[in-house]
Design a protein around this ligand. Sequence first.
Ligand SMILES: C[S@@+](CC[C@H](N)C(=O)[O-])C[C@H]1O[C@@H](n2cnc3c(N)ncnc32)[C@H](O)[C@@H]1O
Length: 285
Amino acid sequence: MVAIALMVLPPRFVAAITAIRLHQSRRDLKEALREALGRDVALVEPGPVPPPELIAATSLMSKSDLQLKSQKHVYLAHSYRSAAWILNMARAAGLTFREGMSIFELGCGEGRLISHLRALPRARLVASDVRADTIKWCRNSLPGIEFHVNELEPPVAFLESNSVDLAIAQSVFTHIPLAWQRAWLEETARVIRPGGIFWCTIIGQHHIDVMLDKDARQILEETGEFELDGKDPRSSYSTQLIGSWDVFQTEPVVRREFGRYFEIANYQKNPAGPDVLVMRVPPLG
Ligand SMILES: C[S@@+](CC[C@H](N)C(=O)[O-])C[C@H]1O[C@@H](n2cnc3c(N)ncnc32)[C@H](O)[C@@H]1O
């Protein structure tokens, strides 16, 4: 709704709205950090907005979204809001934020989320992606974060077992083919310490309604799983561009598969976006 309004309104109104949204989202992140740490910390300089070709390969449902999504205020407002969302949900699931904690983002794209987490005092921040082009851009643009290229299949050998307090995968398991999903869940569970949290999005009803036709929805209903590859015209624009996959699962299958490796602390359904799972590796004892 907001995206449509921004496309039809005169440019000066759009500029005013996006500036207000940016201000609000920065305030949301500051508040989330204060709640997490119990004191105020300064936000960090977010770094440059990535070039349009990287944004196009990462997060576009359709090609026409590119102009809006590559505007600085829009790009930053989304990223501040997502970072605040992750911190708030991880805290609500019981994660204790402390100096020197360790955070891993799988499928970091252009690092828009983890870049903000540099505000956490002395945190070890590690991020990886299968795309070498985006990791090269991240290394050149976002100091203070360890970036790695990983393979399409695990492991993430750069991380020791039980070493991560919080793992993040925003819009990543929605692109990992089902044949590799269990291996990635097992690998993510390996690196998170007992009591640590895994925050992850999965495709929810909104994208099922928007992307799938009747036949596809019937297969999803019957089998619990459905996958589009990048050659399929129903797949998202970014998926087509990089030859990836869009992955759909029903709630019972999500609970069964993710529940093999994690306690599901929160399964948040979002009417206008992806669903969110907040999961915990059971504490020892
Ligand atoms: C939709 S983008 C999201 C990027 C980022 N998480 C964000 O929210 O801005 C999905 C990202 O996951 C990456 N990806 C897909 N499969 C992956 C895998 N098996 N391992 C690591 N990254 C993967 C893609 O290359 C892409 O950058």
